[in-house]
Structure formats: structure tokens, C-alpha cells
Design a protein around this ligand. Structure first.
Ligand code: GLU
Length: 443
């Protein structure tokens, strides 16, 4: 019998330390605690900005969080209890916003970190929103559609009073998708007694989803890569690209980097491993292979590499588009890319950041690089409120403007303070949240 996550003593006792201990395949795995990373990043920013200690303290912790136990009837008739979280980090700038992850290694500290990053993400692109995140400890790859639907509906019943179109608006994230958003919106609407499309974003288009939302995270990342390439004098038509992760963001990034810029994707990977081909990989073939065989590693005519090897390839652009903590002090000295465009949340540790900065690698930090997703989510909220829907080119044009402005604001800030891009992004975002808190009279 696998351990029930709520009874896992390591999860309960040790997750507040600077590392997390997880059970993976019957073994204990140690990893850097993502919330500790998020706090360390904020601490560095607070020091540079000379933040008032009370203000700094308020920004170090979530304003509200809920832990829920979710009983779900499984297909074999048994009841399984899943553990879920929703963390609302800061709502000074508006209703909180952030995705829901379904992941077997989800922890409260991962969700806290991601909720903090959502706060900075919304602020760096200057959206009238705060930051939140949700998570459920589960393995969707081992669950039927019926089980996933019952779990999704149960989660909404458990957090119903905390969320709402003008309170806290969830969205998709790792291993959740538009169908899950549709079930969640439907459950919330039934409980409210009326259609409430604006309670969730990333919905299917016939249910109030926005055109362009599926590709928005990658599209926004492309805008920042385009601007960075101009600044650094890199010819994107001749550039080589490696992408770690082949979920929604990774696949669209592979497709767009080719179709928009003519760059060559030489390596991609997923949780089972990576593939390399110096002649280039066709993103559509890689996707077909993944949907047919469950992994890109089965694509014929390419060299198999590990996820670690992919990160260290001699490429112009490296796009981490999977999970946290993959670029660390250990492998950062061996990263050869000129641009690291972080489509994933939290892929680089603070120690690795300093190393990359010293090596002259231009890092487009996560909460700037991947802000395209939440930006189009915000557009989806606006369209839901107005009940009037835009064409895709209008959505993408507005997204381009937001991302271009945010990239250059962060670049200017990092130059003004003489710091790397992540700190530039922090100073920009934290400054805006602090301004809102002061105007509201909180601090
Ligand atoms: N989960 C995405 C993110 O991390 C999107 C969040 C949203 O659209 O609210 O940015």
C-alpha cells in the first residue's frame, strides 16, 4: 500500500526546513525547499530596496492559506482521501490569481512559493491582480477521467467560500487542463446558482475561454526572447534552442521558436528523458510521439540524452519549461547557453543565479518570462465580465505590448541598480505591491 500523503511523517515534520524530503519510488528524495528559495530571493531584493522591516515581514508570508482533505470515490468503489491546498499570498493589487497543480510531489511549501511568485508575476506585468496558487497531491497519470472529474469538483466544493470572480481566480498549471477548468467552473456555478464563467480561467473556448490562452505562456516567453536577442545582438534565425519539459509551455515554445524566428530546436525532454538532434527536431513529430507512446524519448532517428545533459548543451537559448530547482550551484558553471528563458516556475536556485550572472548568461526570470499565461488569463477575466470576446490577433497584440513593456522595465531597473535580471524583476514587482499596500494604509 502506498503511504497516504497526509500520514507521511516526513512531509509533515520536515517541510519547513530549508530542504524538502519526499517519498519517490519508495526512496526518500531531498530537494531544496522552493518556499525557502522564494523567501531568499525576496530577502535579497528587500535589502537592496531597503524595505521597512514590517513591510518585508508581511511580504515573506502568505496572507491566507487553506488545507483540505478531499474524499473521492474511485472507480473500484473505494474512497481515497487526497490532500489539497490553496494559498492566497497577497491581494493588495486586486483579486488573487494563480493556477492549480495536480502533482504527486506537491507540498504546501511548493504551493506557497508558487503563490508568492504569482504575486510578483502579476505585478511585473502590471495587472490589477494579486497572487495565489493551489495544489492537490495526486497522480493524474494513474487516474481515470471520472476520478479526475470527481476530484476536481470536490476541490471546488472545499474551497468554494474562498474563491470567486472578484476574490481569487484559479487557472490551469502542471497536469491540469481546460477540461478540468470546465468541471471546476461548472461546480462553482452550480453552487452559486448561476453561471460564473469568471471564477476560473484557461477554460475551453465554448465556455468563456479566451482565444490564444493555450499558447499564451509560450507566446509571452517568445516576446521576451525576441527583445533579449535584440539587446544582445543574437540573430534568432541562426539560433539553436534546447527545451526541458514538453507540456503545454514546452511544446508551444518549440513550435513558436521555429515558426516565429526560424530558430532550430536541437533538444527537447520530458519526465522520462531527453532527445538531441543537431539537425533539428520537428516539434509536431515530438508531440505525436509523446501522445502515442507517452514520451518524446521514443522518437526515432535522434540521440537519447538525460534531462541533466540537455541543460548543459552548447546552445544559444535554453528554455527550462518543466519544474523547480533544475539549475543549481552544481550544474550552473556548466551551462553554455547565452539566454536562459525560464518558462517554468522556479527552475533556478539563488546560488545558480549568481553563477549565471557572473558567467554573463542573460536570464529572463520565470515570473517575467512566463507571465504571458496569466496576462491572457486576465484578458479572459475581462472578456467574461464584459461577455464580449476578442479575436486571437487582438489578444496576442495586447499580450505583446504587455510583455515588451515589462521586459524593458525590468532590464532598465536591473541596469539602474546594477543587479541581475531576476533582482530587477523583483525590485519592479515588489515596488508596485508595496505602493498598493501603502496606498491602502496597510503599512
Ligand atoms: N499557472 C500559470 C502560471 O503559473 C497561469 C496562472 C493563471 O493564469 O492564473 O502563471
Amino acid at each position: 500500500m502506498p503511504l497516504c500523503p497526509m500520514m507521511d511523517p516526513l512531509r509533515l515534520l520536515l517541510q519547513k526546513s530549508c530542504v524538502e524530503y519526499l517519498m519517490k519510488g519508495g526512496k526518500v528524495v531531498v530537494r531544496r525547499n522552493p518556499f525557502e528559495v522564494a523567501q531568499a530571493q525576496l530577502d535579497e531584493c528587500a535589502q537592496i530596496m531597503k524595505l521597512d522591516p514590517g513591510v518585508h515581514q508581511l511580504l515573506r508570508v502568505p496572507m491566507r492559506e487553506i488545507h483540505v482533505a478531499l474524499p473521492v470515490r474511485m472507480d473500484d468503489g473505494s474512497v481515497k482521501v487526497f490532500q489539497g491546498f490553496r494559498v492566497q499570498y497577497n491581494d493588495a493589487k486586486g483579486p488573487t490569481k494563480g493556477g492549480i497543480r495536480f502533482h504527486p510531489e506537491e507540498t504546501i511549501d511548493t504551493v506557497r512559493a508558487l503563490a508568492a511568485w504569482m504575486t510578483w508575476k502579476c505585478a511585473v506585468v502590471d495587472l490589477p491582480l494579486g497572487g495565489a496558487k493551489g495544489g492537490v497531491v495526486c497522480n493524474p497519470k494513474e487516474m481515470s477521467q471520472g476520478e479526475l472529474e470527481r476530484l476536481s469538483r470536490e476541490y471546488i466544493r472545499a474551497v468554494y467560500t474562498l474563491i470567486g470572480p472578484d476574490k481569487d481566480v484559479p487557472a490551469p498549471d502542471v497536469y491540469t487542463n481546460p477540461q478540468i477548468m470546465a468541471w471546476m467552473m461548472d461546480e462553482y456555478s452550480k453552487m452559486a446558482g448561476k453561471n460564473q464563467f469568471g471564477v476560473i480561467t484557461g477554460k475551453p473556448i465554448p465556455l468563456g475561454g479566451s482565444k490564444g490562452r493555450d499558447k499564451a505562456t509560450a507566446w509571452g516567453g517568445m516576446v521576451t526572447i525576441r527583445e533579449a536577442a535584440k539587446v544582445l545582438g543574437i540573430d534568432l534565425a541562426k539560433a539553436t534552442v534546447a527545451i526541458q519539459g514538453y507540456g503545454n509551455a514546452g511544446y508551444h515554445a518549440a513550435r513558436l521558436v521555429r515558426s516565429l524566428f526560424g530558430s532550430k530546436v536541437v533538444a527537447v525532454s520530458d519526465s522520462k528523458g531527453g532527445i538531441f538532434n543537431p539537425q533539428g527536431i520537428d516539434p509536431e513529430e515530438a508531440l505525436k510521439c509523446k501522445s502515442e507512446t507517452s514520451s518524446v524519448v521514443n522518437l526515432p532517428g535522434v540521440e537519447r540524452i538525460s534531462n541533466e545533459e540537455l541543460l548543459e548543451l552548447e546552445v544559444d537559448i535554453l528554455i527550462p519549461a518543466a519544474l523547480e530547482n533544475v539549475i543549481t550551484a552544481e550544474n550552473a558553471p556548466r551551462i553554455k547557453a547565452k539566454i536562459v528563458a525560464e518558462l517554468a516556475n522556479g527552475p533556478t536556485t539563488p546560488e545558480a543565479d549568481s553563477i549565471l550572472h557572473q558567467k554573463g548568461v542573460h536570464v529572463i526570470p520565470d515570473f517575467l518570462c512566463n507571465a504571458g499565461g496569466v496576462t491572457v488569463s486576465y484578458f479572459e477575466m475581462v472578456q467574461n465580465f464584459y461577455m464580449y470576446y476578442w479575436e486571437e490577433d487582438e489578444v496576442l497584440e495586447r499580450l505583446d505590448k504587455k510583455m515588451t513593456t515589462a521586459y524593458h522595465t525590468v532590464l532598465e531597473t536591473s541596469k539602474r541598480y546594477g543587479v541581475h535580471m531576476r533582482l530587477g524583476a523583483y525590485i519592479t514587482a515588489v515596488g508596485r505591491v508595496v505602493e498598493a499596500m501603502k496606498l491602502r494604509g496597510w503599512v
